[in-house]
Ligand binder design. Structure first.
Ligand code: SDX
Length: 427
């Protein structure tokens, strides 16, 4: 089919140049401007990359207008809570859901790889007890590159699989270690008889020696409803096309550094409250608002241009409709209200914010809807996950997305070192 083109004319000189339009299978097409500077002597200007496709990708598709999210073409509604998080990891890595046998083998492999070198334990214990778990996680993952230095040169599919499985398996252990170090209690090692998500809750909660709490009825079990809720949350966070932290991971991939330091850079980028750190800030904000009657005051502050206050958990660069992940979490919240004993006071404040914001012209005219972080916090709170661990939970879910995007970057012949230019306005 004849390639469509776009003509760009510099009206100062009347000179026109044609650029090919690259067709997408879904969503916006892209005009290929790779020779634009060579042809015109001009740069394009797009801070924040609001109109820029940094790569081609087959992994995740988002339609911001419709509020649609697909992993490898499958709508998130068909995956979250219906496939296990590890089956979704397999889907993202290998572009298809696993057979029953593949799912079992992958699950067992991840369990066996969930242990970390004792040196990492010493690293974690060298942190002050009030260190934020995200600082420990990004350092621990960066340190992992020293224990698996061979992954600097990944060639075969088997090596890609081993490198990806290792980091997916070890992040929950490092996250749980970081949490227990902060509490000053002994670390709990992975229990290979427990599933991925149950094992994380176990490593967070078990008493020294590995026993769960003993009650008059005997040893306390981790309830399936908690495991299922957290597994769904991991799936909803698994990937999200070229978000800020994924862009950083691809940027580090472009210089040829070790894959695990790229993931570490992604963790650091995710930490910011404008990105993954928002889930922690949402709860802090709900607690600060404190009562439903204070909501109008904070809504007014969020609208006030002279006030730096922003409504955490609202707005999104791509979604100009409800974040589909937020819809799923909202439903999950309603299901779990009784079973998990969601904090009704925080929930009421969140619902009042949503009620007012969704009818207020400031938010409606800017297409500001609740995003994933607005709802995840209340559920994590009910799972007795401490607020400092909310963003590490996001890291556990997103690691598979980062490493899949890293692999796609490495396998794309068009990949080049990330080196943007600037509009110089200095002396
Ligand atoms: C995540 O990219 C991803 O995919 C990220 C993520 C993923 O899965 O990887 O989805 C995860 O990071 C979700 C977003 C979590 N962050 C927050 O909830 C923090 C609060 N939200 C905002 O900081 C903001 O909405 C962003 C950062 C999410 C998006 O910023 P944009 O796209 O750069 O939008 P903008 O700052 O240009 O805002 C457009 C307008 C502005 O007003 P005007 O200048 O037009 O008058 O909307 C206003 C903003 O002031 N605005 C808000 C607001 N968010 C945007 N006003 C009040 N409260 C807010 N939350």
């Amino acid at each position: 089919m004849a390639r469509e083109t776009m003509t760009c004319t510099d009206n100062r000189t009347g000179k026109s140049v044609e650029y090919p339009i690259l067709e997408a299978t879904r969503g916006p097409d892209a005009v290929d401007i790779r020779t634009f500077y060579k042809d015109t002597g001009l740069f394009t200007y797009d801070p924040g990359f609001t109109s820029t496709a940094s790569c081609k990708s087959k992994i995740t598709f988002i339609d911001g207008g419709k509020g649609e999210l697909r992993y490898r073409g499958i709508p998130i509604e068909e995956l979250a809570g219906k496939q296990s998080y590890l089956e979704v990891c397999f889907l993202l890595l290998y572009s298809r859901l696993p057979t029953e046998e593949e799912a079992r083998d992958f699950d067992l492999e991840i369990r066996h790889r969930s242990f970390v070198h004792e040196g990492l334990r010493n690293l974690i214990e060298s942190f002050p007890s009030d260190a934020h778990p995200m600082a420990i996680l990004s350092s621990g993952v960066s340190a992992l590159s020293s224990f698996y230095y061979e992954h600097l040169q990944v060639e075969s599919d088997a090596e890609y699989h081993e490198m990806a499985s290792r980091i997916i398996a070890k992040i929950p252990t490092l996250a749980a270690f970081a949490y227990r170090h902060a509490l000053g209690i002994p670390l709990i090692y992975p229990d290979i008889e427990r599933s991925f998500t149950e094992n994380f809750l176990y490593m967070m909660r078990a008493y020294p020696g590995g026993k769960m709490k003993i009650t008059p009825e005997g040893e306390q079990k981790i309830r399936q409803v908690e495991i299922d809720a957290l597994d769904t949350i991991f799936t909803l966070h698994a990937d999200h096309e070229q978000n800020a932290s994924t862009t950083i991971v691809r940027g580090v991939a472009s210089t040829g550094a070790h894959p695990y330091v790229a993931i570490s850079a992604g963790i650091s980028a995710l930490w910011g409250r404008a990105h993954g750190g928002a889930n922690e800030s949402v709860i802090a904000q709900l607690e600060m608002i404190g009562d439903v009657k204070n909501v109008p005051e904070y809504i007014a502050r969020a609208k006030d241009k002279n006030d730096p206050f922003r409504l955490m958990g609202f707005g999104h660069r791509v979604y100009k409709n409800f974040d589909p992940r937020a819809r799923i979490l909202k439903k999950l919240q309603d299901q779990l209200k009784e079973e998990l004993g969601l904090d009704s006071k925080l929930l009421r404040i969140a619902q009042e914010i949503e009620r007012i914001a969704l009818s207020d012209d400031y938010f409606v005219s800017r297409n500001l809807y609740p995003n994933i972080d607005f709802y995840s916090g209340v559920i994590l709170y009910a799972l007795k996950i401490p607020r400092s661990m909310f963003t590490p939970i996001f890291v556990i879910g997103r690691t598979v997305g980062w490493i899949t995007q890293w692999i796609e970057f490495k396998e794309d012949p068009a990949s080049k070192i990330a080196r943007p230019r600037q509009l110089y306005t200095g002396a």
